[in-house]
Design a protein around this ligand. Sequence first.
Ligand SMILES: Cc1cc2nc3c(=O)[nH]c(=O)nc-3n(C[C@H](O)[C@H](O)[C@H](O)COP(=O)(O)O)c2cc1C
Length: 321
Amino acid sequence: MPADMRARLGQADLPNLVLSASGCAGAGRELAQFIDVARVGALISKSIMVEPHTGNPAPRLAETPSGLLNSVGLQGPGVDAFLQRDLPWLLSRGARAMVSIAGGTVDEFAELASRLSDAAGVTAIEVNISCPNVEDRGQVFACDPGAAAAVIEAVRARARYDIPVFAKLSADVTDIVAIARACVTAGADGLSMINTMLGMAIDGDTMRPVLASVTGGLSGPAIRPVAVRCVWQVREALPDVPIIGMGGVRTGKDALELILAGAGMVAVGTAIFHDPSACARILRELDDELAQRGIDRLTEVIGLAHEPRTAAGRRLARNPT
Ligand SMILES: Cc1cc2nc3c(=O)[nH]c(=O)nc-3n(C[C@H](O)[C@H](O)[C@H](O)COP(=O)(O)O)c2cc1C
């Protein structure tokens, strides 16, 4: 019998814990030609902003060993078009929408939270704080506990009470636990981690940067160990806070690794580009991984790697009598 893979996101019951990561499935339509979007745990939209944006100039993608560098930027139609066109489409397909929001000021984030709260059908909000703060010399919100907290506090204050707010963290910081703590204290209901990591590639032939924007975000298997470390550290410090783990998940075993580190849900990003049905496949593979270990409920393994082991590597009984 398949294991119980259901997950809870605020008030919503998700059929399973495998989500599509922000920016890797647009607003869902791109995926729909390959899979039934209602079968994905939830779709996390590309980060939406108040106004439409064209994103960064090309070239904006570069392949690297075990990873992808992108400088797509926050290309998107703006919140009005998202609410009029994309959200109704997702709902008509029976999908669950976790809407990612991005802004350059605290007020923009707050406005987005309030606009989304007026619409029916938003399952959760993911706050992409890896954005430059235009009011503070372009410092990225996610890299400063005070700035991150200011955004989350404003979003939580304006988001409808029944819509969970997840802060999406960056691993490009010295102390991710400090940022996680600041976000949770400011009202975040959960944490998503990790976003892409800042990288760069130089073309040996042209002897110039590959990306027009010079730097870009690194994703894919190259960053998985960083994601595992971040989820582990935050789970250790804040064991009760729900975590969506992401970063380089390609297989069910990769997903299991993040779950063992403490993630209750897993999002798949870059893997979708070469396998649009990756979410469904990874869910199947995860089910096999659990079956091989005789586990029938996913909740049994969330954060399990934190439990002490005997010298022989056996799990200790949780409540020895
Ligand atoms: C092309 C591309 C676009 C992305 N756009 C966004 C975005 O709009 N907002 C966001 O929070 N994360 C964005 N991400 C980051 C992913 O959601 C995810 O956090 C990251 O890629 C790590 O997961 P992965 O290795 O499975 O891709 C983007 C990633 C890629 C590759």
